[in-house]
Every structure is written in structure tokens, then in C-alpha cells.
Design a protein around this ligand. Structure first.
Ligand SMILES: NC(=O)c1ccc[n+]([C@@H]2O[C@H](COP(=O)([O-])OP(=O)(O)OC[C@H]3O[C@@H](n4cnc5c(N)ncnc54)[C@H](OP(=O)(O)O)[C@@H]3O)[C@@H](O)[C@H]2O)c1
Length: 280
């Protein structure tokens, strides 16, 4: 089963599917989930400073690599800078603290987690992210939860364009306008809460398509992302679901099935709106 990768404008690549770790506590369950994912074939793990689980994610990475005989370079690891550390002074220390917790020498992708309300602060923060990139300390830099206007402001001051924008995205929130903009800018789209924390798995259209293809609703939603060129990071701590969610590379949705899924859009969020989110 060949997995897919997506290429960034800078020539680097990201595995199209990864494991999410939001709301996974910093305990053995976290280590086991990450380890199980790597042993099962995942090559991409997503965490964040604010998930407070980087130690156990790092432990899972270490154990997963050991058991599977893989090297660090075979894995793509993302973490994110939290809002409390925005500003030119803090970014390098926050990055190094994340690396220390993860037990890694670098991450493959470092993201600004939310745009917040202060575009000057974001500009300053981005400059510090660029410094990390130019110093060779991080492989790629990107953003999360940026709307078009946030990106337009950033691009006015950026010397290095973000490679990716990680956003809430699923068939109830297809983000078509933002994704069209990202495509024009050659910025990859990545979805968070792709399963809507399980909610969208109950949708009748999703269930019908799952029956048509002999797949599970989660596999249909994950495959929708892959067929729409969206990098996807479903979260699970359940070994059987971790495996199920990866098992999506032996089928494709037809254009008619994709249309039915896209027609479910109602611009409905389950997470905060980046326009108003302040981190509290
Ligand atoms: N950048 C951001 O601001 C941001 C925000 C939110 C999330 N994220 C990232 O995106 C990742 C995914 O989002 P998410 O964690 O919010 O939610 P999600 O992936 O949409 O849903 C996770 C939930 O679905 C369940 N689940 C997973 N696979 C399943 C399956 N095959 N069948 C049935 N249920 C299944 C999980 O249960 P079990 O774990 O119990 O199996 C968990 O309760 C996060 O973990 C995080 O890495 C980023």
C-alpha cells in the first residue's frame, strides 16, 4: 500500500496522512499511540506546544523508530508555536524548548498556531521563524488558522512564504475560497479535526458512500482529504482506529462521490473562529 506525499513549493515533501495528538494527555497512552502509529506505517506526527504532550509524543517517536528500524529522517514531525511566545524575543527559546521536550534535534514543520489579533506581532514572529529556517534549525515553516487576509498581510512582510496552512476542514466546512487562494499561492492546505471529533461519521451521505465502497465512514472522510489534495491528520489513541485511518491508499472516491461530499458544506465549524480567537 503506497502512501502519498504532497510537495511544498520549496521542493520538500510531507506525507499526505499523519497522526493528530490534540487532547492526548502526556502519559503512556500518548506514547503507545504514537509508537503504534509508526509501527503501523504512519510517517507523520502532529503535535503542539499547547497540547502539553511533546515529551510523550517524543517518547513514542523514539520507541516507534527503534521497533520499526527506521531513522529520524524517515519521519515528518510537526509542532506549533503557542501565542504566549509570539514576538521576536521568544520564538527561538520556545522552539528549543519544544525540541528538548520532544527529544529531537529538529522538527520538519514549525507552525504559528493562530493568527491572533495583532498583525504586527505576527510579522515579528514570522521574521523569527524565518531566522530559524535560515539558520537550518527547522526544515519548513508554516502557519495555522490563517484566513486570506491574514496571509495577505503576512506575505507583504515575509521573505519566505509559509509552506502550509493548517485549518479546520471537513465536508461541513470545505473552505473552498481559502483553499483556492492557497492553491494559487502554492501553499499546501492541511485539515484539522477532519473527523469533526467523530460527528461527521454519523452523516447519512458519508455512511452511504462508505457502504458503496465497503469502507468505513472515517476512511471516506480521510480519502476525501487525499483526493482533494488536503494533508490530513486524524487523531486516535485506539490501535484499531489508528490502523483503519491509514488504510485509505487502496481506493479512490469517484468525482460523483466527491461532489456529494462537497455538497455537504454548510460553513460549520466545531472549533474556534480564527477571526476572534485570542487563545483563551
Ligand atoms: N492547528 C490547530 O489549531 C488544530 C486544532 C485542532 C486539532 N489540530 C490537529 O488536528 C488533529 C485532528 O483533530 P482532532 O483531534 O480535533 O479531531 P479528529 O481527528 O477530527 O477526531 C478525533 C476523534 O475521532 C475519534 N476517531 C478517530 N478515528 C476514528 C475512527 N476510525 N472511527 C471512529 N472514531 C474515530 C477519536 O477517538 P479515539 O482517539 O478515542 O480513537 C477522537 O475522539 C489534532 O489531534 C491535532 O493534531 C490542530
Amino acid at each position: 500500500m503506497t502512501q502519498k506525499s504532497v510537495e511544498f513549493y520549496n521542493g520538500n515533501t510531507i506525507p499526505a496522512l499523519g497522526l493528530g495528538t490534540f487532547r492526548v494527555e502526556n502519559n503512556d497512552e500518548c506514547t503507545e499511540a504514537v509508537k503504534h502509529a509508526i509501527i503501523s506505517g504512519y510517517r507523520h506526527i502532529d503535535t503542539a506546544q499547547t497540547y502539553h504532550n511533546e515529551e510523550k509524543v517524543g517518547q513514542g517517536i523514539k520507541e516507534g523508530l527503534e521497533v520499526s528500524g527506521l531513522n529520524r529522517k524517515d519521519l515528518f514531525v510537526t509542532t506549533k508555536l503557542w501565542m504566549s511566545d509570539y514576538g521576536s524575543e521568544n520564538v527561538q527559546d520556545a522552539y528549543e524548548a519544544s525540541l528538548k521536550r520532544l527529544g529531537l534535534e529538529y522538527v520538519d514543520l514549525y507552525l504559528i498556531h493562530w493568527p491572533g489579533q495583532d498583525e504586527h506581532l505576527i510579522a515579528e514572529t514570522w521574521k523569527a521563524m524565518e531566522q530559524l529556517y535560515n539558520d537550518g534549525k527547522v526544515k519548513n515553516i508554516g502557519v495555522s488558522n490563517f484566513h486570506v487576509h491574514h496571509l495577505e498581510s503576512l506575505l507583504q512582510v515575509a521573505s519566505i512564504k509559509p509552506v502550509i496552512n493548517q485549518i479546520e476542514c471537513h465536508p461541513y466546512l470545505t473552505q473552498k475560497e481559502l483553499r483556492t487562494y492557497l492553491e494559487a499561492q502554492k501553499i499546501v492546505a492541511q485539515s484539522w479535526s477532519p473527523l469533526m471529533n467523530g460527528q461527521i461519521l454519523e452523516d447519512e451521505t458519508v455512511k452511504t458512500i462508505a457502504d458503496e465502497l465497503g469502507k468505513t465512514p472515517a476512511q471516506i472522510i480521510i480519502r476525501w482529504n487525499i483526493d482533494e489534495s488536503i494533508v490530513v491528520i486524524p487523531k486516535s489513541v485506539t490501535p484499531s482506529r489508528i490502523e483503519e485511518n491509514l488504510n485509505v491508499f487502496d481506493f479512490e472516491l469517484t468525482s460523483e462521490q466527491l461532489s456529494r461530499l462537497n455538497a455537504l458544506n454548510k460553513d460549520g465549524r466545531i472549533g474556534p473562529d480564527p477571526e476572534t480567537f485570542t487563545g483563551n
